[in-house]
Design a protein around this ligand. Structure first.
Ligand code: UTP
Length: 297
């Protein structure tokens, strides 16, 4: 019987160059969507899916991210004295119980596959694990990883979150070559990372949520660099298929924002701002006026 998915790896060791100069001193995952850092959305999604152990693959310059999960006794005391119970609850969601969170270092940014491999000693040989890329923010109900955990309970194997992308964008993603597709779940026969324009086997792209078999870590052990000179997670997952194990792509229900890009981050800010009851009216009025005054020019 397969084990439940209770561990998640968060690869957060990238350089975040698309957000320079901000990322010179602020980790990308600490950048704020409305009023909480990207990493908080990822943690909330992981908890909703039943994750209880959190593994962060970090690098130099990420101390603000590590500090974020610590208790803040002075702040907590001040809020308590002022009886700000709503803010105390908000703060409570940022705390991690002792021992629930682990940090491993990626010494050099050699790619996403390499970052995941850095967590190998914290995953048992029979233990499936989730991977969450915090810069893919997904709004959905139930949250994306929960949808995947529920589907995984039926399928086992390996599972990736999948989304259709326009043909001219396929070369920016890992793309699935699909054997069978029931419109909800695709059985994958091959995967290709960042296919050259015009060569993508489909327009079903991999988004930053995965449930993986620990055998992927064995593959990563000896894996060479792939697209872009990086050690690619997509290639290690594709090797699972050659080894006779299954890979499924779940078309999750929800909307994904690429918060690793400036345009995606701005779109997420508008969507999440409008979704917040306390901001909606004022923000929507502002946006309507902006459009009416011809901001498109
Ligand atoms: P990205 O491709 O978005 O790279 O990584 P990046 O370095 O974060 O950002 P840019 O492209 O320079 O702006 C996708 C995810 O993989 C992690 C990143 O932290 C991000 O969560 N990653 C990437 C690593 O942890 N290590 C790596 O070597 C590469």
């Amino acid at each position: 019987m397969q084990r439940d998915v209770t561990k998640a790896v968060f690869p957060v060791a990238g350089l975040g160059t698309r957000f320079l100069p901000a990322t010179k001193s602020i980790p990308k995952e600490i950048m704020t969507l409305v009023d909480r850092p990207l990493i908080q959305y990822a943690i909330d999604e992981a908890r909703a899916a039943g994750i209880t152990e959190f593994i962060f693959v970090t690098s130099r310059g990420k101390s603000a991210l590590e500090d974020y999960f610590d208790h803040a006794p002075e702040l907590e005391r001040a809020l308590e004295e002022k009886r700000k119970t709503d803010l105390m609850e908000v703060l409570d969601a940022t705390n991690m119980p002792s021992g629930a969170i682990a940090y491993v270092r990626q010494a050099e940014p050699l790619g996403l596959g390499h970052a995941v491999w850095c967590a190998r000693r914290l995953i048992a040989a029979d233990e499936p694990f989730a991977v969450i890329l915090p810069d893919d923010v997904i709004s959905g109900e139930p949250p994306c990883l929960q949808q995947m955990v529920e589907a995984y309970a039926e399928t086992g194997g390996n599972m990736v979150a999948a989304m259709e992308v326009p043909d001219d964008k396929a070369s920016s993603y890992g793309i699935l070559d699909v054997a069978e597709d029931d419109g909800n779940m695709a059985r994958v026969k091959a995967m290709v990372e960042k296919p050259k324009p015009g060569t993508a086997p489909s327009n079903l792209a991999v988004i930053g949520r995965y449930i993986l078999s620990p055998t992927v870590l064995d593959t990563l052990e000896s894996q060479r660099t792939g697209a872009g000179g990086e050690i690619q997670l997509t290639d290690a997952i594709a090797a699972e298929i050659s080894a006779g194990r299954t890979v499924s792509g779940l078309r999750f229900r929800g909307q994904r924002f690429d918060c690793g890009s400036k345009a995606g981050f701005l779109q997420a800010t508008v969507a999440f701002g409008l979704a917040r009851g306390e901001l909606r009216d004022e923000f929507a009025t502002y946006l309507r006026e902006l459009v009416a005054n011809g901001m498109a020019d």
